[in-house]
Design a protein around this ligand. Structure first.
Ligand code: GS8
Length: 219
């Protein structure tokens, strides 16, 4: 079925790219990783994602799949026998996709504003971000993972943001751990998984990258 002709066009600090790396690692799929220079996009990227021209792009047997959550779902459906990420029950599946979308449209968006903005706008972003995490904490409840006993679609959607937390905290001069301890315990549990920890760049490199972005945006 699923042949081994798989390529991921990615950019190392991208939390969107990390989602795909984690899903591929969970499934044990060997793939070719191609790093993109986003200031000078490769002809392959422009050809494979002509609409958005963004990474990540997953290429399977020559067919491009774009948008990280769409890619994670595709990987899950194509390699369905190992480590299922989405539940098979239609209602549970719809719920997982709802929360994945929530992470995308809320936590990722408002999180970026913490390093992109200053003053009142940044204060609003910090508040909005913590509200998102609180809602996610409620959704997690007593479960070890959003997916239940094992890592699932929502875990894969959210965990990449964890390696950006130190940068957020430094830019916003606030503590995420203090206000959302359960999210942090959950994140540490995820980090014990090789599929997650090996998909992350070195924490110091990410931190420096976030600080660089802040400079570019605010100075
Ligand atoms: C977002 C991908 C994205 O923003 C997804 O895959 O889920 N909704 C998409 N990719 C960025 C790099 S990471 O911030 C990107 O490729 N940017 C290039 C550009 O905007 O030109």
């Amino acid at each position: 079925m699923a042949e081994k002709v798989v390529t991921l066009l990615d950019f190392w600090p991208s939390p969107y790219g990390m989602r795909c790396r984690i899903a591929l690692a969970e499934k044990g799929i060997n793939y070719e990783y191609k790093e993109e220079d986003l200031r000078q996009k490769s002809p392959l990227l422009l050809q494979m994602n002509p609409i958005h021209k963004k990474i990540p792009v997953f290429i399977h047997n020559g067919n491009p799949i774009c948008e990280s959550l769409n890619i994670v779902q595709y990987i899950d459906e194509t390699w369905k026998d190992t480590s299922p990420l989405l539940p098979s029950d239609p209602y549970q599946r719809a719920q997982s996709k709802f929360w994945g979308d929530f992470v995308d449209k809320n936590a990722f968006e408002v999180g970026s504003k913490i390093w992109q903005t200053i003053g009142e706008e940044q204060e609003a972003a910090k508040k909005g971000f913590m509200e998102c995490l609180k809602l996610l904490e409620e959704e997690l409840g007593d479960k070890p993972f959003f997916g239940g006993e094992t890592i699932g679609f929502v875990d894969v959607s959210l965990i990449p943001l964890y390696c950006w937390f130190p940068g957020y905290e430094s830019c916003g001069r606030f503590s995420i751990e203090g206000a959302c301890p359960n999210v942090i315990s959950w994140a540490k549990r995820c980090m014990e998984k090789e599929s997650v920890s090996k998909s992350f760049p070195e924490p110091q490199k990410i931190y420096e990258f976030v600080m660089h972005l802040r400079k570019v945006w605010t100075e």
